[in-house]
Design a protein around this ligand. Structure first.
Ligand code: FAD
Length: 463
């Protein structure tokens, strides 16, 4: 343990979950430090663009203003790359280009690190012009840049509609929306889930109306089978998952919107127990009613604990703030907790509704991949390499990783670990939930050596 400030709580992530957690901690008089790798607070939903392409909503602006006023420590432009549990707290390893402390210390941790796009492989997915829907949204909303001119959207769920609307408003041609789910008749059976969801409904229906006005065709029950082109995407072929009913489109961009995966790698790194819950986007931490994980003093809130959107993230952040306070010996009124729990249950219904109507399709059907399709882009491992190793007896992610190097590259498996698990599940006939996830080790991101041992030690050749 080094010198420096001892914080009551370090909150990792200044998105909706992290900011609301920090505000509760400050209100209860605890010392909290919030760390985020972005230059400004806001997270994905309330992202503040340094280019001012689109300011956050009124709700976002007032949350960010309250966060700026609160008595808190803030460390932006700073990546957390490792955590070490200690007998009386946690050491947090951070990297900042501008230098400064490399090790911080807190008695409790709130991990609110959000989510990231979920990739799906198919022949040609590594061509320039194939990109993730979340990345495309970020380009348009926050950088004011269109990802392409003739765009096909492939994936499932309403985030595709939101993206289509932004593309249309930006002047792109949306040649179609390909949704793996059948036409959502079954939504009718669960309409009650939409009660009290005015804002989300307005957002979804507004996007849907823009799609209808522009005459964008929607292809239900189809997926992208391949993308073709010489130096970038020129054509995309769609069809049923079994490869029938194909159609081809001339495009320069394909956006993949198969949802997000929780980014809870720091919690997994320190041994918090996780399990695979498909409707929540993959591996999620086991938590109690206060968002506390199986490791006492470590809380996970928001999308990092399962993909449930901004409203759940805001409420879980508050709950995790109270949970951390309680662990530090500060009382929180029971009636407040009960009221928040009731709000949270209502908001979670919406996320359950969406995963019921638009489930991740590849839990039930195989990826449409051929042996020479790239699976791990960092190490250029192909689907056939993994299939061969599995047929020769490899039955775990760890064995596949050791024998093929899949997941050992720059992204440390963030992109391909879930894909390899699905492939393992398909090849061995095992449910994906029963395949053990990857072991996560520090550093979470590639960082320069001087970020670990310090500039002077690096120059002197010490370690
Ligand atoms: C790319 C993307 C685009 C999205 N677009 C939309 C949209 O248009 N509409 C919509 O309804 N929903 C969208 N969502 C979903 C929505 O943004 C989330 O549901 C919501 O923001 C969840 O809030 P959160 O606080 O849990 O996480 P986030 O808002 O994701 O905040 C997490 C924060 O943690 C920080 N962080 C992560 N890891 C580290 C680390 N190791 N060190 C330091 N900081 C770290 C990140 O920089 C980020 O600021 C999007 C999600 C993503 C990933």
């Amino acid at each position: 343990m080094g010198g420096g400030t001892r914080w009551d709580t370090i909150v990792i992530g200044a998105g909706p979950a992290g900011m609301s957690a920090a505000l509760e901690l400050a209100r209860l008089g605890l010392s909290a430090l919030v760390i985020d790798s972005a230059p400004l607070p806001g997270g994905q939903y309330f992202k503040q663009s340094t280019l001012r392409a689109k300011p956050p909503s009124e709700e976002g602006r007032s949350l960010i203003a309250a966060f700026a006023r609160a008595e808190l420590g803030r460390l932006m432009d700073t990546q957390v790359w490792g955590i070490t549990p200690e007998p009386d707290g946690f050491e947090v390893a951070v990297y900042r280009k501008s230098g400064g402390e490399r090790r911080l210390w807190a008695r409790t941790l709130i991990i609110a690190t959000g989510a990231y796009d979920r990739p799906v492989p198919f022949p040609g997915w590594d061509l320039p012009g194939v990109m993730m829907a979340g990345g495309a949204l970020t380009m348009i909303k926050h950088q004011g840049v269109l990802p392409g001119r003739r765009v096909l959207l492939c994936g499932t769920g309403p985030l595709q509609w939101v993206l289509a609307r932004h593309l249309l408003e930006g002047g792109a041609q949306v040649v179609g929306i390909v949704d793996a789910a059948p036409f959502p008749w079954k939504a009718l059976r669960r309409m009650t889930a939409l009660m009290g969801q005015g804002e989300r409904m307005r957002e979804g229906l507004g996007a849907w109306a823009a799609i209808l006005r522009a005459g964008v065709p929607v292809h239900w029950g189809k997926i992208i089978l391949r993308a073709e082109g010489a130096d970038g995407v020129e054509r995309a072929v769609i069809g049923r998952p079994d490869g029938t009913s194909t159609r081809s489109f001339a495009v320069d961009t394909v956006c993949l919107g198969y949802g997000f995966q929780p980014f809870n790698h720091l919690a997994r790194m320190i041994g918090c127990e996780h399990r695979y819950v498909a409707p929540l986007g993959g591996w999620v931490p086991l938590r109690d009613d206060w968002c506390e994980t199986t490791l006492p003093g470590v809380f996970v809130a928001g999308d990092a604990a399962g993909i449930q959107g901004k409203d759940v993230a805001l409420l879980e952040g508050r709950l995790a703030g109270w949970g951390a306070a309680r662990r530090l010996g500060v009382d929180v009124a029971d009636d407040q907790v009960k009221a928040l729990g009731a709000q949270l249950r209502r908001q979670r219904v919406m996320a359950q509704f969406l995963s019921y109507v638009f489930p991740y399709p590849f839990d039930s059907v195989p990826f449409p991949v051929e042996d020479d399709t790239i699976l791990c882009r960092c190490e250029e491992v192909r689907v056939g390499d993994v299939r061969r190793i599995v047929r020769e007896g490899a039955s775990t992610l760890r064995m596949v990783r050791m024998l093929t190097r899949a997941g050992m590259g720059l992204c440390q498996g963030r992109t391909c670990a879930d894909l390899v698990c699905h492939l393992l599940a398909q090849e061995t006939g095992t449910p994906v939930a029963d395949i053990a996830g990857p072991r996560i080790s520090p550093p979470l991101f590639p960082i320069p050596l001087h970020g670990v041992i310090g500039e002077e030690a690096h120059v002197r050749g010490e370690n």
